[in-house]
Design a protein around this ligand. Structure first.
Ligand SMILES: *[C@@H]1O[C@H](CO)[C@@H](O)[C@H](O)[C@H]1NC(C)=O
Ligand SMILES: *[C@@H]1O[C@H](CO)[C@@H](O)[C@H](O)[C@H]1NC(C)=O
Ligand SMILES: *[C@@H]1O[C@H](CO)[C@@H](O)[C@H](O)[C@H]1NC(C)=O
Ligand SMILES: *[C@@H]1O[C@H](CO)[C@@H](O)[C@H](O)[C@H]1NC(C)=O
Ligand SMILES: *[C@@H]1O[C@H](CO)[C@@H](O)[C@H](O)[C@H]1NC(C)=O
Ligand SMILES: *[C@@H]1O[C@H](CO)[C@@H](O)[C@H](O)[C@H]1NC(C)=O
Ligand SMILES: *[C@@H]1O[C@H](CO)[C@@H](O)[C@H](O)[C@H]1NC(C)=O
Ligand SMILES: *[C@@H]1O[C@H](CO)[C@@H](O)[C@H](O)[C@H]1NC(C)=O
Ligand SMILES: *[C@@H]1O[C@H](CO)[C@@H](O)[C@H](O)[C@H]1NC(C)=O
Ligand SMILES: *[C@@H]1O[C@H](CO)[C@@H](O)[C@H](O)[C@H]1NC(C)=O
Ligand SMILES: *[C@@H]1O[C@H](CO)[C@@H](O)[C@H](O)[C@H]1NC(C)=O
Ligand SMILES: *[C@@H]1O[C@H](CO)[C@@H](O)[C@H](O)[C@H]1NC(C)=O
Length: 519
């Protein structure tokens, strides 16, 4: 992309400055190699009789040519308007100090012209090391690399070389500028921020001619981890699956391929690529339990090491309690755990009696929920007539189906309050009868205080309501009996314990109210 500076250049004449010397006037003229230049004998007057040109000092060098007809051998030199020296096709060796001598009436006048010939910049060289070219000429480097940027150019005099960086969509940034034929700089720890277009410009300080080279540089980095594979049921409601292969974190995106493990031809499965994810859609005819698919990934920076991941299709498996029970009017929770299955299975609950294939959905007394791999069916207000029977937990994915029966029994709860009431009444009747017999028999005997206690470890103890408590308190109204009770029990908490009565087995524990003191 170097711009050639010498295209059809006409007369290039650049008078930069003028010096006044003691011996006459002095001028600097800059010409461009290959171009033309005219050196004018500045003060040549119309009255000048002859103008003579010298290359160098008139005293020491022979005359180059004179306006009176002496022509130089080199045809590139010519005289314009009787006084000016014209040189065409400038060469570097034409650079010299020229002197013109006006021969006036009787006096001579000297004028010195310093001719500088500028050339270039030419052969501009651009290197970024180490970098790898892509087919389109763009270079890429690896993130964190140390890069040496070098730009060289040949020019006379030495060029001004600068490096510009132009990130995509941002303004230019000047890196370095030197007056030298080579400009190198080192970038440590290359980061993606430095991806963009780099421009090296070389400028001839005399002619102002500039040449530039632009190079696009990309900063690549490999994926930090391995590709991830997973399978999902197709979203289009068919029984097919979608295989996902994702390999993130790389630039540029990696190349991914899905293959059937059993297909030994290694044929690729048709798939759609979305950036760093490859999705293959398979319909159910290609699917069965334990079939395996492999995703092969490759990245431009990891071409030797192939990365793979695989998915295996698995039938669903479930686990659940086969039997559950519920009291009439109470709630019961049926749970079903998914223990295997790929793609993830959908769990549904069905009734096996009245509506065999109707899915139970959350409504009314039923509440169905799924959290992770566990599905829960809650039945509230159990009814023996409608709820007892078999329930089916069904797990289904694109590969298979698994069902499990759960039997629900609905039972009447035992009426403990009724049992306790009956026992208390019997107990009180017993006490009354005992007292009756005792009063009737008078003081003929005085039985020892006894504490009888039968208690089954599996007894269910129930707190009685306050009415029953009152009855008991009245029955135990005798303070003597109270004292005997405290002594026998070792502590004074008996009224509370007395409230705790009743037993499933029908054997209540009771206190005998008799003591020696009462005699
Ligand atoms: C030469 O020309 C300059 C202006 O171009 C003038 O100032 C100077 O006096 C002239 N010199 C002679 C010797 O004529
Ligand atoms: C050049 O000199 C000749 C005579 O020597 C004259 O006739 C002619 O007009 C001059 N040309 C210019 C441009 O001064
Ligand atoms: C021309 O003159 C300048 C001083 O005015 C000097 O530095 C330079 O070397 C000279 N060039 C040549 C080619 O002699
Ligand atoms: C040139 O010289 C002649 C005679 O020598 C004189 O007459 C004339 O005026 C001079 N011209 C100038 C411009 O000096
Ligand atoms: C060159 O190819 C790379 C990778 O294919 C691309 O990112 C870049 O934009 C291309 N550059 C140009 C200038 O086309
Ligand atoms: C950068 O590369 C250039 C050209 O290959 C070389 O001259 C220069 O010494 C290098 N710079 C460093 C710091 O290695
Ligand atoms: C580099 O420049 C080319 C052409 O101007 C442009 O298409 C490309 O996007 C630039 N690259 C970057 C990374 O900015
Ligand atoms: C390069 O040279 C020019 C003129 O000779 C000067 O103005 C400029 O400051 C120099 N630049 C550097 C970076 O040295
Ligand atoms: C893959 O896609 C191509 C073009 O879309 C089609 O020709 C080819 O039959 C497909 N292969 C399979 C196995 O579906
Ligand atoms: C599976 O998909 C192919 C095209 O992708 C289609 O031709 C074929 O009928 C499908 N088979 C089933 C069973 O849907
Ligand atoms: C669910 O089960 C699958 C295997 O079938 C397992 O990979 C996954 O980690 C489980 N998820 C939870 C949340 O337990
Ligand atoms: C569930 O219903 C099916 C048909 O409706 C029947 O064949 C099966 O025996 C029933 N299972 C149980 C456990 O009741």
């Amino acid at each position: 992309m170097a711009r050639r500076p010498f295209a059809a250049l006409g007369v290039a004449l650049l008078a930069l400055c003028c010096f006044k010397g003691a011996a006459g006037t002095e001028t600097v003229v800059i010409g461009t190699a290959g171009g033309d230049v005219t050196l004018s004998c500045q003060n040549a007057s119309q009255r000048a009789l002859v103008v003579e040109w010298f290359r160098g000092d008139p005293d020491t060098t022979p005359i180059l040519f004179s306006s009176d007809g002496t022509l130089p051998d080199d045809t590139r030199f010519s005289l314009i308007g009787n006084a000016s020296l014209h040189i065409s096709g400038l060469r570097l060796q034409d650079e010299s100090n020229y002197t013109c001598k006006e021969v006036l009436n009787e006096t001579d006048h000297l004028h010195r012209i310093q001719l500088l010939v500028a050339s270039g910049p030419d052969r501009i060289g651009f290197q970024i090391h180490p970098a790898t070219p892509l087919p389109n000429g763009t270079l890429y480097v690896k993130k964190h690399d140390i890069l040496n940027f070098t730009c060289t150019a040949v020019s006379r005099p030495v060029p001004t070389i600068k490096w510009d960086f132009c990130p995509s969509g941002s303004p230019h940034e000047l890196f370095t500028e030197v007056n030298s034929s080579q400009n190198s700089y080192i970038l440590h720890n290359m980061s993606p921020r430095y991806q963009g277009n780099y421009t090296c410009s070389a400028k001839n300080p005399f002619s102002g001619v500039q040449a530039t080279v632009t190079q696009e540089l990309l900063v690549y980095y490999p994926p930090p981890s391995l590709p991830q594979c997973w399978v999902q049921t197709s979203t289009d409601n068919s029984r097919g699956v979608q295989l996902f292969c994702q390999w993130t974190g790389a630039y540029p995106h990696p190349t991914l391929r899905w293959r059937d493990r059993e297909d030994l031809s290694g044929r690729e499965i048709n798939a759609t690529s979305l950036a760093d994810t490859l999705v293959a859609t398979l319909n159910s005819s290609q699917l069965f339990h334990e079939k395996e698919f492999t995703c092969h990934g490759s990245h431009i920076l990891q071409q030797e090491a192939k990365a793979t991941c695989r998915v295996q299709l698995v039938d669903p498996s479930i686990m659940s309690d086969p039997v559950r029970s519920c009291f009439v009017g109470r709630a019961v929770v049926l749970t079903c755990y998914l223990t295997a299955g790929n793609p993830p299975s959908r769990i549904t609950w069905l009734r096996n009696i009245s509506q065999p294939e109707t899915e139970i959905r959350s409504s009314g007394r039923f509440h169905v929920s799924q959290e992770g791999n566990t599905s829960t069916l809650i039945i509230q207000n159990c009814s023996r007539k409608t709820d007892e029977g078999y329930y089916v937990c069904k797990a289904e994915n694109s590969v298979g189906l698994r069902e499990m029966y759960i039997h629900l029994t609905v039972t009447e709860p035992v009426n403990i309050g009724g049992i306790v009431g009956t026992i208390v009444v019997i107990l009180l009747l017993g006490i009354l009868v005992f007292f009756g017999v005792f009063l009737y028999a008078g003081h003929r005997f005085c039985p020892k205080g006894t504490l009888l206690r039968t208690r089954d470890s599996s007894d269910i103890l129930v707190l009685m309501d306050s009415e029953d408590e009152d009855v008991l308190t009245e029955g135990a109204g005798d303070p003597a009996w109270h004292k005997a009770m405290v002594r026998a029990n070792g502590h004074a908490t008996w009224p509370t314990e007395m409230k705790v009565l009743g037993s499933n087995s029908g054997y209540p524990w009771y206190m005998s109210p008799f003591s020696h003191e009462a005699c």
